[in-house]
Design a protein around this ligand. Sequence first.
Ligand code: CP
Length: 315
Amino acid sequence: MKHFTSINDLSEPRKAVLEALELKKKANQLDLSITRDKVLCLLFFNNSLRTRLSTERAAMYLGMKVMVMQISETGWALEFEDGVVMNADKAEHVKEAAAVVSQYADVIGIRSFPTLTDKAFDQEERVLSAFVRYASVPVVSLEGATEHPLQALADAMTIEEQRLTPRPKVVLSWAPHVRSLPHAVANSFVLMMQRQEVDLVLTYPKAYALDPAIVKDSRVIHDQEQAFEGADFVYAKNWSSFENYGQRPEVTEDFTITAAKLKQAKFMHCLPIRRNVVAEDAVLDGPNSLVIEQANNRTFSALWALRELLTHQRP
Ligand code: CP
């Protein structure tokens, strides 16, 4: 794996989950010969709590050094188009920026959310793709415009740890929110679950269909109550419309997750979560919530990815 910006970069997703869980068990006794003193540079175009801290924590386990930059606030505004006359607001081209950062770091992490207004720009992953193209070291996504692979790896680890049956039923449910949110977490979760031993069901209001290229032939049941029947895991996430890109069409059905709807199912969410909008307090404070375990696994999904990228670094 040269870069990790999509679940599709995993040649063996199931093996990645099992290896990451093994690393979690022996995180304090790792062979650091390849990773010690290697430098990780994290560039954030957007805010974060879990991704920043868990990736730094993973780097600590690996004996790495970490540089973090809130590039959108303290860096030069970057140009991503080729051949433009840079006489407006963009001060530096990503060609130079990516090449320069590659001299300071052995791995570059990038967080760059979608615009949710320019579908073509977002679908091309213009920011992450430019860093992959112009950097000379591996790039790991800290959440891109269309995917959040470190999150999905942590989610699959959590399901593997918590499952009580060989092939659990896993439901991804759209949930309400007060803002337009990206599709990245849902996309990566779907791509990951399609490659795990689970019975995957998606439920969302008809106006919130995900990218058909991601969903493919995964089962969709629009009636949330019906979708939840016999579920072992319910993963809640809001996303904006894909068809009417970035819009928030009105929903008449009540998709907020309640303890009564969940019944026996374990509850998952990537966090941050808006209480009593996405899910009620009783869900988050109840015994079936796995959200803290999921967040803990972010450290070990990052640990797996950093180790993998440095082990298979190009000469
Ligand atoms: N789940 C997740 O990526 O959290 P942050 O946005 O806080 O990093």
